[in-house]
Design a protein around this ligand. Structure first.
Ligand SMILES: [Zn+2]
Length: 218
């Protein structure tokens, strides 16, 4: 089902986006990742912590402290012996680091919310004998959650004048032109200036309202 209201989103995606929002509230990039076990239980969450010390992360203040890596590093293989049937969720298509960490973790199912034409590297699958070996399943993007993911990331970059993100936005705008524009509008009106007063469900409903008013909600 395509979610139009927060209540229509699956619990796994709700948790994944809550994690991304926590990251944003703590001053870091709003990317979140979670791992679900074969019984559907949440076993791990990971935030993007390259921009600072964040709560509940394995590594912070490091260029490779990405959300998926932080989620995967929590899986102690003495406890999690059967990870093949686990699922890794990420709000953004994994970069080369995170895609290969997923691949090497033994988890075989990957779901991501939004495409990332710049750094997204799920197309590495099948490019070497090793990366052709495992029967992995990749699903994504997810309608409307992809818009939420891109909106949060572009908003974060613009607020922080993150110049390295300019070429990223250029490529993302090929897939999400209206969302890049909407993120600029949200920055100009400081729509997320008090993130601690907002829940991720509030942000999602604000996005849906804007898409509806622009007649972009299909
Ligand atoms: Zn990554």
């Amino acid at each position: 089902m395509i979610p139009i209201h927060w209540s229509e989103i699956t619990n796994e995606w709700k948790e994944c986006f809550r994690t991304a929002w926590e990251s944003f509230k703590e001053g870091s990039r709003p990317v979140g990742a979670i791992v679900i076990d074969d019984k559907g239980h949440l076993v791990s969450t990971g935030k993007s912590a390259t921009f600072g010390q964040l709560s509940d992360t394995v590594i912070s203040n490091n260029e490779i402290a990405h959300a998926e890596v932080n989620a995967l590093l929590k899986l102690d293989n003495r406890i999690h012996k059967e990870v093949n049937s686990y699922v890794l969720y990420s709000t953004l298509e994994p970069c080369p680091l995170c895609f290969c960490a997923f691949y090497m973790s033994g988890i075989r199912n990957l779901r991501y919310a939004a495409k990332d034409k710049y750094g997204g590297s799920t197309n590495l699958r099948g490019t070497t004998p090793y990366l052709s070996k495992k029967p992995i399943v990749i699903e994504g993007p997810v309608k409307y959650l992809e818009q939420l993911s891109i909106l949060l990331n572009v908003y974060f970059d613009l607020c922080n004048n993150y110049e390295k993100a300019i070429p990223v936005h250029e490529l993302m705008s090929e897939d999400y032109p209206m969302i890049i524009e909407l993120a600029k509008e949200w920055v100009e009106s400081a729509k997320l200036k008090n993130p601690r007063k907002l829940k991720i469900e509030d942000v999602f409903e604000m996005l849906m309202k804007d898409l509806r008013s622009k007649e972009l909600l299909i």
